[in-house]
Design a binder for this molecule. Structure first.
Ligand code: AMP
Ligand code: GLY
Length: 421
């Protein structure tokens, strides 16, 4: 098969790496890709937000299957247009992608199917939102309704902070994403991510993970897109995972089908767990980044079979073959991230690193220049390793990190700490 992956991050590098191991893959193209992806697949310069361009590219290149990595093209309806043009696609329709693209939509779906989540209010004007904040009191969570690249959530510990956040959102700090605001009860507990595939009907769990959102060791400093992840997440025990499926995920999928917008793709449920009870924090309609890197190392070649079965509505016939193992991914970022950072610094030492089923360096924000690999993004490399235990996976990953010569980069040294106690 000729397979196209849309995206350019570490997530897409991991998806490409797993897909290439599947014997069904004859040719793999990633658009637009990055320097690491270019070492294993063809990269093509395509505007992945432009449906006509993507469909035209698939026709010219006889593409048989398209995997859409990020949320923005999903919310923009690229999956719908590819499906209409006759291509097999992994990724939900724009209507179903509202589970990530609109927080108010997700809350309303949770209400309709009685899925446990934070109590909330939904506002289109600042005065009503301010009144709600005053009535509820801090701590409270203020969220821009739309996609805001992970930045539209403010956890306010005081009423003053909460009111300032409301004003900021209605003043346009998050553009169109913030013209509607959801205000939520602050939930306590431990967060974990649950990944399932859904083909519109059948739900198939494919793994759990835990991310590290803060930039600094010990979960300190500002929030980021994620500084490291590991899979599985022990806090998401089998019993809690089953509860999440029964009480949250299957009811959501049934509600989506009932509304004529069946969900087809990977659903990433962010859960808050307290006293054995999972509650929904948010849905994402794509793989997490860097959670995907850890998941792909564990799933390997079967990942493509599972994505294909999702697109073809055959998930009820599929089983996931779990290796009883652990994977951990450390994000190396440019100094300054998530604030201002320099681009263009040279990364050395990558050539001598092992790349096999136990050790992989996934590229997130790199380019090749004059024979060198340079950093082009905030999150730049995802050093990922597998092991029989989490300790072993962590040790392998940091051994690789320590061989990389990149003075302008940094990483957290404690990825995995919650599970390792
Ligand atoms: P979201 O984009 O909705 O996932 O929010 C980003 C992060 O904010 C989540 O991963 C949580 O760590 C935190 N968060 C969001 N909503 C809540 C909530 N209601 N209570 C506590 N923490 C939250
Ligand atoms: N790592 C968090 C996310 O992908 O949203």
């Amino acid at each position: 098969m000729n397979i196209l992956i849309l995206g350019s991050g570490g997530r897409e590098h991991a998806l490409a790496w797993a897909t290439l191991q599947n014997p069904k893959c004859d040719k793999l193209i990633v658009a637009p890709g990055n320097a690491g992806i270019a070492m294993i697949a063809d990269c093509a310069s395509v505007d992945i937000m432009d449906s006509a361009e993507v469909v035209g590219f698939c026709e010219e290149n006889s593409i048989d299957f398209v995997i859409i990595g990020p949320e923005a093209p999903l919310a923009a309806g690229i999956a719908d247009d590819l499906t209409a043009a006759g291509f097999a696609v992994f990724g939900p329709s724009a209507a179903a992608a509202a589970l990530e693209a609109s927080k108010a939509f997700t809350k309303e779906i949770c209400d309709a199917c009685a899925a446990p989540t934070a109590a909330y209010g939904h506002f289109t004007d600042a005065a009503a939102a301010r009144d709600y904040v005053k009535a509820q009191g801090a701590p409270i969570v203020i969220k821009a309704d739309g996609l805001a690249a992970g930045k539209g959530v403010i956890i306010a510990m005081t009423d003053t902070e909460a009111l300032a956040a409301v004003d900021e959102m209605f003043d346009g700090a998050f553009g169109d994403a913030g013209t509607e605001v959801v205000i939520e009860e602050f939930m306590e507990g431990e967060e974990a991510s649950f990944f399932v595939l859904c083909d519109g009907e059948t739900v198939l769990p494919i793994g759990t993970a835990q991310d590290h959102k803060r930039v600094g060791d010990g979960d300190t400093g500002p929030n980021t897109g994620g500084m490291g992840a590991y899979s599985p997440a022990p806090v998401l025990t089998d019993a809690i995972a089953e509860r999440a499926l029964e009480e949250i995920i299957r009811p959501t999928m049934a509600e989506m089908a009932k509304r004529g917008m069946p969900y087809k793709g990977v659903l990433y449920a962010g859960l808050m767990i307290k006293d054995g009870q999972p509650r929904l924090v948010e849905y994402n309609v794509r793989f997490g980044d860097p959670e995907c890197q850890a998941l792909m190392m564990r799933l390997g070649a079967q990942a493509f079979d599972l994505m294909q079965a999702t697109a073809e509505g055959r998930l009820s016939q599929m089983v996931v073959n779990w290796a009883d193992d652990h994977a951990l991914s450390v994000v190396m970022a440019a100094r300054g991230y998530p604030g201002e950072y320099e681009k263009g610094s040279v990364i050395s030492g990558l050539e001598s690193l092992p790349e096999d089923s136990q050790n992989m360096v996934f590229h997130a924000g790199t380019a090749a220049k004059d024979g060198a690999i340079i950093a082009t993004g905030g999150r730049v490399l995802n050093i990922t390793a597998r092991g029989a235990t989490l300790v072993e996976a962590q040790k392998r990953a940091y051994e690789m990190v320590d061989q990389i010569d990149w003075p302008e980069g940094f990483c957290r040294r404690d990825i995995g700490w919650r599970a390792l106690g």
